[in-house]
Structure formats: structure tokens, C-alpha cells
Design a protein. Structure first.
Length: 365
């Protein structure tokens, strides 16, 4: 793949849409009830620290992506093992988004269409997008960005306009203290959605050299974190903490309540479209990260790995027999046990090794 062809603005937009991705599909921090917004902000701060760590890692060797960094500083054998682990992590996350996409499609649009067919068509489209490389992904993000922003802005404006907004549902604040907030934020909310930006260690080397990289990326992250926090709390404002916590698709149910004369009805179709776009971008990004990793490990062109990984991703999406189990695994065990390893532990370890090796080389000179 060619390098240094992306603008910083393109990276920032892609990161923002990636973060939105499937986040609006769920109520994040539901365990904290009406204090979910505090848990979201706490998780966002933790994710910001991870983002700063990722940027610091990138600046140690700006020409190397995540996989090449592990190969150079962890050695050939250990580096390859860790790289394969990250490839598996990215492929698994992509498969989870595929399952989410298929489930939402079947529940909202294609009620009688078998899920295997929906997933098959989806993975074919996603794989085709991945074949054209990272450049197409970032261009798609630039095209869709205004549409997605306007779509969510319209939802945010219409909900208060139709009398659905009940600020009292967010009271009392800190009714049960800080414990539920910390339990919701660490590590679950950090792991999803904020910690997933570890994927962008694969893409940073493709960005043209710009001294404003850190500033633009961090600003993009902060703005999208604030937006996601408000949208997440919007569910509480409309449904209340009790109903929202046990809802399968809480924001969709919220949007379905919007009725403004005969002009704005069936806003759930708009939200479903926005959700499809976010899920699609996230799937492409994760699968692209995985095939780039295989190119780094094997030396074979990434395009040769799109079909095999697409088949694996398709199979992984059916591991959980029911959607309920899929959610329990994805928002439970995976966020608590596996995600922190790839988002926190391994990047911290890599950063320490880089600093130690660089200091050792300086001392030798």
C-alpha cells in the first residue's frame, strides 16, 4: 500500500464516524441508570488517555504501523504472535458488527429474510470495499459525514420539539453514589466504544506529515465523545432509566415515538439508515485492519486475504445462537477480559519497550 496520501481532516472524520459506528445501537452505561452520562464521560476520559498513548506510540516511529512496530520492537517470533492476536481481535470485532447489522436489518426491514442471506450480501459488499484499500474507506467517510451529522442533529432537535423530552428522568444525580458509575465506566465503556481507536495505529502512517495531527485527532475524539454522551442520555430523557436499560434497541424505540404533524413520521427509517452507515464503516475499518496485518505478517498482498478473512468473519458472526447471547458476550465478557488486553495492556507494554530500547541504544552510542 502507498503511504502518506491521507489528510489529517480525513483521518479525523473517519475516526469520528468509526466511534459512532454501532454505539448508538445500545444504551451505554445502563447499569448507572440516570447517571449513565457521568459514566460515559468518565469512560471517555479514560479513552482519551488511551488515544494520547496511541499517538505517543505512533510518534516514536511515524513510518511504522501497529504491526510493524510490534515486529521491530518485540522481535520476529513474539511480534508475529502478537500481530496474529491483533488480527484475530480486529476480525472478531468486524464479525460482531456484521451480526449487529444483520440482526437490525431482520428486525426492522427484512422480517422474512433469513439472516444467513442478509449476512452473506453484507459481507460481499464490505469485502469489495476492503479490496480497494484504505483510501476508499476514508473517501466514503468524507462523503457520508455531512449526512450522518445532519441525520443525528435532526433526531436531537425533533425529540424535544415533540414533547418527548423529560429532563426529570435524569434525577436524582448520584442517587447510588459513584460505585455504579465506576463499574459501568471501567473497563466496559472504555473498551466500547472509546478504546477501539487502537485500530487507528494501523492508519496513522498513511497520513501526510502534519504538526497538527495530535490536536485534530484529539479534538475530533472529544467532540464525538460529547455527542455520543448526549445521544446516549437522550434515551434516558425519553424512555426513563428503567425501560431504557431493558430495551433491545433503545434509541430506535425512542426515535419511533417522534411524530410531528404529518411531516416527520417514521423517523425510525432515518435512524436505521444512519445505523447501517455507521456499522458499515466500522466493519470495513476492522476488516481492513485485519487484512493489512496479514500482509505485514506474510508479505502477501492484502487483497489476497480479503476473501479468506471475509469467510472467517462470516462464520464468526454466527457463533452466538441468539442475539441475546451475542449481546451478553459482546457487552460482557469480551469488554471485560479480552478488549482491555488489546486496547490497554499491549499498547502500554509496546510503549514501554520502545522507550527502553531507544534509551538503551542512546546509551550504547
Amino acid at each position: 500500500m502507498s503511504t502518506r496520501t491521507l489528510r489529517v481532516s480525513e483521518l479525523a472524520v473517519c475516526l469520528a464516524l468509526f466511534e459512532v459506528g454501532s454505539t448508538t445501537l445500545f444504551l451505554i452505561g445502563g447499569e448507572a441508570k440516570q447517571d449513565a452520562w457521568i459514566a460515559m464521560l468518565a469512560g471517555a476520559v479514560g479513552g482519551l488517555l488511551l488515544l494520547i498513548l496511541h499517538l505517543a506510540i505512533h510518534h516514536q516511529d511515524p513510518e511504522l504501523d501497529l504491526f510493524l512496530l510490534f515486529r521491530r520492537y518485540m522481535g520476529k517470533v513474539l511480534g508475529t504472535v502478537l500481530n496474529l492476536s491483533f488480527i484475530g481481535y480486529f476480525a472478531y470485532e468486524a464479525s460482531r458488527n456484521l451480526r449487529d447489522f444483520s440482526e437490525v436489518t431482520q428486525m426492522t426491514l427484512l422480517l422474512r429474510t433469513p439472516m444467513w442471506l442478509i449476512s452473506l450480501i453484507t459481507i460481499m459488499i464490505v469485502s469489495n470495499a476492503v479490496r480497494y484499500g484504505y483510501r476508499v474507506l476514508f473517501l466514503i467517510c468524507m462523503i457520508l459525514f455531512p449526512l450522518i451529522v445532519l441525520g443525528y442533529a435532526l433526531i436531537i432537535i425533533l425529540i424535544p420539539s415533540t414533547g418527548l423530552f423529560h429532563p426529570e428522568f435524569s434525577l436524582p444525580i448520584l442517587e447510588n453514589g459513584l460505585t455504579p458509575i465506576f463499574k459501568a465506566a471501567f473497563p466496559e465503556i472504555i473498551s466500547f466504544p472509546f478504546g477501539q481507536v487502537v485500530l487507528f495505529l494501523v492508519f496513522y502512517p498513511y497520513v501526510r506529515k502534519d504538526k497538527n495531527l495530535n490536536k485534530v485527532v484529539v479534538t475530533s475524539y472529544i467532540l464525538v465523545a460529547i455527542g455520543l454522551t448526549f445521544i446516549n442520555q437522550l434515551i434516558i430523557f425519553v424512555l426513563g432509566p428503567q425501560i431504557a436499560t431493558y430495551s433491545t434497541l433503545p434509541l430506535l424505540e425512542t426515535v419511533q415515538l417522534i411524530e410531528l404533524g404529518e411531516v416527520f413520521e417514521r423517523m425510525d427509517a432515518l435512524f436505521t439508515l444512519l445505523l447501517f452507515q455507521g456499522l458499515g464503516i466500522k466493519m470495513v475499518a476492522f476488516l481492513l485492519g485485519a487484512v493489512i496485518g496479514l500482509e505485514r505478517v506474510t508479505g502477501a498482498n492484502y487483497k489476497k486475504w480479503v476473501l479468506p478473512l471475509g469467510i472467517i468473519m462470516y462464520g464468526l458472526s454466527f457463533i452466538s445462537p441468539t442475539y441475546t447471547e451475542h449481546i451478553e458476550v459482546g457487552l460482557g465478557a469480551a469488554l471485560i477480559y479480552s478488549s482491555p488486553v488489546f486496547q490497554m495492556i499491549l499498547p502500554i507494554l509496546l510503549f514501554i519497550v520502545i522507550l527502553v530500547k531507544k534509551k538503551t541504544n542512546v546509551n550504547k552510542k
